[in-house]
Design a protein around this ligand. Sequence first.
Ligand code: GDP
Length: 300
Amino acid sequence: MAAFGDLSSRLTETFRNLRTKGKLSAADVDGTVREIRRALLDADVALEVVKDFASKVRERALGDEVNKALNPAQQVVQIVNEELVSILGGEQRRLQFAKTPPTVIMLAGLQGSGKTTFAGKLAKMLEKDGHTPLLVAADLQRPNAVNQLQVVAERAGAAIFAPEPGNGVGDPVKVSKAGVEYARQKLHDIVIIDTAGRLGVDAELMTQASDIRRATDPDEVLFVIDAMTGQDAVNTARAFQEGVGFTGVVLSKLDGDTRGGAALSVASVTGRPIIFASTGEGLDDVEAFHPDRMASRILD
Ligand code: GDP
C-alpha cells in the first residue's frame, strides 16, 4: 500500500540513526524529536497534533524510562509507537448498536468523500454478521445520487428506501424519518442514512445534515473523510463537528497515495475515534480501524 510510504521510511531512517547510539544524550533526543517532527509535518499532519506529539515524546524520552533502559534507542522507538497509537485514538472503538432496534447510522461528509460507497460496504459487512440493514437515500441534492445508492445496494444485496423517481426533489429530512419508520415496520435492525455532500463546506449542507440528525436521533453519526485531502481534512472535520456533530470517523481511500496527515490528525483534533478504514472501490475493501495496527504499519 502506497499510503504513509514516505513518512514510514523517514521514521525508519531516523530510528536507524538512533540505534547506532548507546546511552542517549539530551542532544540525541532533541535531534531525533526534531526529525520526527519534520517528517510528520511533511506528511501533512496538523501542526497542533505534531507539536503535542513531539513534546510528549521528548518529555518521556528524556525521563527515567529511557535513562534506565537496557536499550535506550529501542525504548524511544517504543515511546513513539505508544504516542502514535494514542493520537490515533488509543483503543479500537467498535460500532455501537441501539438497545432497541433499529440502530440508526447516519453518514456525513463532503461530496466525493466515499459516503455512498461506504454505505454499501457497511451494509455488506453487517449482513455478513447476520444483520438486516436498510439503506436510506437522503442525498436528494444530486439527481444521480439516489441511482448511485440503488446500484450500491444491489451490489451489497441490501434493501433500500428511496423516494419514488419523478416525485420532484423531495425533502431529505422527511425521507430519513420515513426510512427509519419503514425499517421499524419491516424489521430491519439497522438503518444507514446516506446524506448529501457538497464540494466544500457550506451552511445549507450543515443545516440539512443537522436537521436529519435531530429528526432521526442516530446511534452513530459517521463522518467520512477522504484520506487524500491532507491538511484540509482537519478543517473539514472541525466544520462538520461544529455544524452537525459526529460520533466516529471513517477514513476512506487509504489505498491511495496519501501522505497520512488526515489519518494522523483527525481523531486527535476532533476527539472522535476512527472506526473504519476504506481501502478501495470494491465493497469488500473496508476494515475495522485498529490504532495499534496502523501505528505498527507506519513504524514498520
Ligand atoms: P460520495 O459522494 O461521498 O457518496 O462518494 P462516493 O461513494 O460516490 O465515492 C466517490 C468516488 O470515490 C467513487 O468513484 C468511488 O468509487 C471512490 N471511492 C470511494 N471509496 C474509495 C476508497 O476507499 N478507495 C478508492 N480508491 N476509491 C474510493
